[in-house]
Design a protein around this ligand. Structure first.
Ligand code: NAP
Length: 510
């Protein structure tokens, strides 16, 4: 290892890094890498849109909000005087833009550049290409493209024939005047639960096409007072208590309840079942809204607005299956046509798209489509794709931990990734991959965690891969933190391609 010019400590190599995406994860990654001592000129952050923010920039539907307590859904290094116990989307977008500007991320983002290809050269380096003709060489790539990003357009006969306005919830049409329109909504997940009440409460005739009912945890979304917010701004340390409360609620209650800890699970069951019973008086409607699968099998919805709204006279809940879409509306399997002017698809996302459609090719010409063939989405320790050395898939399969804050997950992953990059910086490896036996062991370890859990009890959810195995973390939050506390060198394949002194000079923009 080389010593620096003053003869002091070891001189660390400085990698070139490309971050793909400037949403929450991309912003956090840029900040963390710079704090780790990587010069800003070595970090390229590519964003296909014209603003930072990711999901909070894209989702503008009425009522968009986060269902994780706001102080917990915030970067650990930047507390914020939130307006509500669960913040709304525009406020979170403002926060993301503020943090990104304050920490010097925004000025370094290359906006309007979508990554089209990302290819490994076989010797520790990646070539990243964009649709603007950009070509960047990198020692590491952090794919921060988000999980639920590409809209899932349902395969329903005749969908393209619909004569009225139609859009997906993630591509909300704020330009369409809904006054006097008959609106249909397909889907009733977390997203639909947030915007449907806004449509109904605004007086629009709204029909909800529900395939499967959902369990719903009450979420009053309390507003914080002006005094509280002023006191938080005066002294940000005062927010620690509130962050602690949100963290405790998610980690000690929600995560434990969904992994099946008896007490928390019992409480969760009592709360959601009583919520439905107390909120929906009509027995027939309540029966329609009662799921036949275990609480927590699908990702829990936290909301207190849908049940009151769906009982209003201008709200209609359709549980008969959809036969096809016709120009004038939705034809049901019992022959009825529900006439509509507007059709909104709240049908979720292609949950395993991640970085795609980019052309991602790892070692030995292995493409991501080949690596993830047959619906098995291997991802070791939630960030490594075996066969794709020095490439990190942020929030990759096996990341989601209950309904916990994805910001906490991202920060935990970054602590791990920083240690892998340190191996490179110290010249101990030029390429870091996963040993096949380690991937096998990790897959088996995660699979074992699902035994007897609610997730494999038979419901359909976006958690499931092609084998019907959830691509989430089946254990407790502290277990995830422990897993990611330090890389296990014996499970990694470390390769050296270059003498330590030449590595820095060899990396530059192509
Ligand atoms: P989702 O939970 O995947 O729900 C999709 C809905 O569309 C389901 O009701 C599904 O029915 C229905 N659907 C899909 N294809 C259909 C078809 N062909 N015919 C009829 N119905 C169909 O999607 P989402 O509501 O957008 O939420 C996705 C995730 O985004 C959430 O779980 C959450 O992680 C995240 N999210 C978070 C927040 C937050 O506050 N943090 C807010 C919104 C979303 P089935 O149930 O029968 O499949």
């Amino acid at each position: 290892m080389a010593l620096d010019a003053a003869g002091g400590g070891p001189r660390l190599r400085s990698p070139k890094i490309v971050i793909i995406g400037a949403g929450m994860t991309g912003i956090a990654s840029h900040i963390r890498l710079r704090e780790a001592g990587i010069p800003v000129e070595n970090i390229t952050i590519l964003e296909k849109a014209d603003r930072v923010g990711g999901t909070w920039r894209d989702n503008t539907y009425p009522g968009v909000a986060c269902d994780v307590p706001s102080h917990h859904y915030a970067f650990s290094f930047e507390p914020y005087a939130w307006s509500h116990q669960c913040a709304e989307g525009a406020e979170i977008q403002g926060y993301m833009e503020m943090v990104s500007a304050k920490y010097g991320v925004t000025d370094n983002v290359r906006f309007g550049e979508a990554v089209t290809a990302c290819r490994y050269d076989g010797a520790g380096r990646w070539l990243v290409e964009t649709d603007q003709g950009g070509r960047f060489e990198a020692d590491f790539v952090l794919s921060a493209t988000g999980v639920l990003h590409h809209p899932n357009v349902p395969k329903i006969d005749g969908l393209e024939c619909f004569a009225g306005a139609m859009w997906h919830s993630a591509e909300w049409r704020n330009d369409v005047d809904l006054e006097g329109k008959r609106i249909g909504v397909i889907g009733n997940g977390s997203t639909a639960h947030q915007f449907i009440p806004h449509l109904i409460n605004a007086g629009h005739e709204t029909t909800v096409f529900m395939r499967t009912p959902q369990w719903v945890f009450p979420n009053p979304r309390l507003a914080y007072s002006e005094t509280m917010k002023r006191r938080w701004r005066e002294k940000p340390e005062r927010m620690r208590f509130w962050k602690g409360v949100g963290k405790w609620f998610m980690e000690q209650f929600f995560v434990k309840a969904t992994i099946g800890r008896p007490f928390q699970n019992w409480v969760l069951n009592r709360i959601v079942r009583n919520h439905l019973r107390l909120a929906v008086k009509d027995r027939a409607l309540r029966a329609k809204l009662t799921p036949d699968y275990g609480v927590g099998c699908k990702r829990m919805i936290l909301d207190s607005t849908f049940y009151p709204a769906i009982q209003k006279p201008n709200a209609h809940l359709e549980t008969t299956a959809i036969e096809r879409i016709e120009p004038g509306g939705v034809r049901l399997t019992d022959g009825r046509l529900i006439a509509l002017d507007v059709l909104i698809l709240a049908t979720g996302f292609q949950n395993f798209s991640f970085m795609r459609p980019m052309d991602l090719v790892g070692a030995d010409g292995l493409s991501i489509d080949e690596a993830w063939a047959e619906g098995r989405y291997d991802c070791y320790n939630s960030v490594h794709l075996p066969g794709f050395p020095n490439f990190f898939l942020m929030l990759g399969p096996t990341t989601p931990v209950g309904n916990n804050s994805v910001i906490a997950m991202t920060e935990t992953q970054l602590g791990y990734i920083e240690q892998i990059i340190d191996l490179w910086r110290r010249g101990e490896a030029d390429a870091v991959d996963v040993r096949p036996e380690a991937m096998d062991a990790y897959r088996a370890f995660v699979k074992k965690g699902f035994d007897g859990t609610v997730w494999v009890s038979g419901c359909q959810s976006w958690y499931l891969d092609g084998d019907g195995m959830p691509a989430i973390w089946p254990y407790d939050w502290p277990d995830f933190v422990k897993l990611m506390a330090a890389p296990k060198r014996e499970e990694l394949a470390l390769t050296t391609h270059r003498p330590a002194e030449t590595a820095q000079a060899a990396t530059s923009d192509a």
